[in-house]
Design a protein around this ligand. Structure first.
Ligand code: PLP
Length: 369
């Protein structure tokens, strides 16, 4: 039986990548060492790191005036690290703006409040996060140090389908985006952002690696808080080429293999087309029947995380049981939302979504008999 794993993360990796990693596990390229055993400053690992950085930059089209940092800590740590590095960009009394679009925004806001004055410029909380607040309703500050968005809400299933333009209203505040759960799934104009960041464990690789892409001018000026740990001071990390402390070496190695896999698939543009097709297949079916429901407005639906509900919640357990018997795993929704959630990241093939839709139809037919 073919297994399709719909986990929201840590997520499925391409089979080819896992096979290659397994083949190289004990002896990487004749070095006599596993990547886990290598010095992070030795020439073998340095070549792995450089290739991963180069391929990532190429895949995402990162402009030359941006640094790509490989860190530890995950996106939740970045929720504190961002204000520690940038809240004082425009002076100690400046405020920072956040757009509240779901559970991950809520966490980011809560954490930032520990370090600075946070202004929530727009929120869809009252609408149960079913739609990204329309850009023309945002009440941005006139001179915030930055504006933060979560561009794909993994739990609530909303995704920005555009890059918000905020510069004119905010005296050129940098836009910061938590891209954890859709990075490399769609093309992005990085030059429109000051910072993008995310944990690797959805579209990139194993948990443990955090990627921060930061515009170089934001590192200058010495505005990081003195309380910011050196290992999380982006300027120090950048000056040390992500080697200030020991980087998550094995996670970087696997990420590098995923980047090579992505290039073989045709890069991010090709991946985006596949992701559009996969999401359309699933949403179109969900929209075609009352047996299942999606609650997310059409203009805000995530291509990566698709929460949906059975019209009769009493059938939830039977649905999950039947799915498991068919090899369709980890479809249970997040506890704060309930129902089901299908996460269909880059490594999920179209066949996986086809198998899910076939099962949705079968289950519906069986229950309606
Ligand atoms: N932000 C988003 C959008 C996420 O999906 C997640 C994890 O699922 C996080 C932040 C938290 O990441 P981490 O657990 O790596 O700190």
């Amino acid at each position: 039986m073919t297994i399709f794993n719909f986990s929201a993360g840590p997520a499925v990796l391409p089979k080819e990548v896992l096979q290659q990693a397994a083949a190289e596990m004990l002896d990487w390229h004749g070095s006599g060492m596993s990547v886990m055993e290598m010095s992070h400053r030795g020439k073998e690992f340095m070549s792995i790191l450089e290739a991963a950085q180069r391929d990532f930059r190429e895949l995402l089209g990162v402009p030359s005036n941006y640094k790509v940092l490989f860190l530890q800590g995950g996106a939740i740590a970045e929720n504190a690290i961002i204000p520690m590095n940038l809240a004082h960009l425009k002076g100690q009394s400046a405020t920072v703006d956040y757009i509240n679009t779901g559970s991950w925004s809520v966490k980011s806001i809560k954490e930032a409040k520990r370090y600075c004055d946070v202004h929530v410029a727009a929120s869809s909380e009252a609408q149960h996060f079913a739609q990204i607040p329309a850009r023309d309703t945002w009440q941005l500050s006139s001179n915030p140090s930055y504006v933060h968005i979560c561009s794909n809400e993994t739990i609530d299933g909303v995704e920005f389908q555009y890059t918000p333009d905020i510069a004119a209203e905010t005296n050129n505040a940098p836009l910061i985006a938590d891209v954890s759960s859709h990075i490399l799934s769609r093309e992005m104009d990085v030059s429109k952002y000051g910072v993008i960041y995310g944990g690797a464990q959805k579209n990139i690789g194993p948990a443990g690696l955090t990627i921060v892409v930061v515009r170089e001018d934001l590192l200058e000026g010495g505005h990081a808080m003195t309380s910011c740990p050196s290992a999380f001071n982006w300027k120090i990390v950048a000056d040390n080429d992500s080697m200030y402390n020991t980087p998550p070496t094995y996670a970087i190695y696997i990420a590098g293999l995923v980047f090579q896999w992505l290039k073989k698939q045709g890069g991010v543009a090709a991946m985006e087309q596949r992701n559009i097709a996969k999401a359309a297949l699933l949403y179109d079916y969900l929209d075609s029947t009352d047996f299942y429901q999606t609650k997310i407005a059409a203009d805000s639906r995530s291509r990566m995380n698709v929460p949906f509900f059975l019209h009769d919640h009493a059938l939830n357990d039977a649905f999950l049981e039947g799915a498991k018997e068919r090899g369709l795993l980890q479809l249970k929704g997040h506890k704060s939302v309930g129902g089901m959630r299908a996460s269909i990241y880059n490594a999920m093939p179209l066949e996986g979504v086809q198998a899910l839709v076939t099962y949705l139809k079968e289950f519906e037919k069986r229950e309606q008999r």
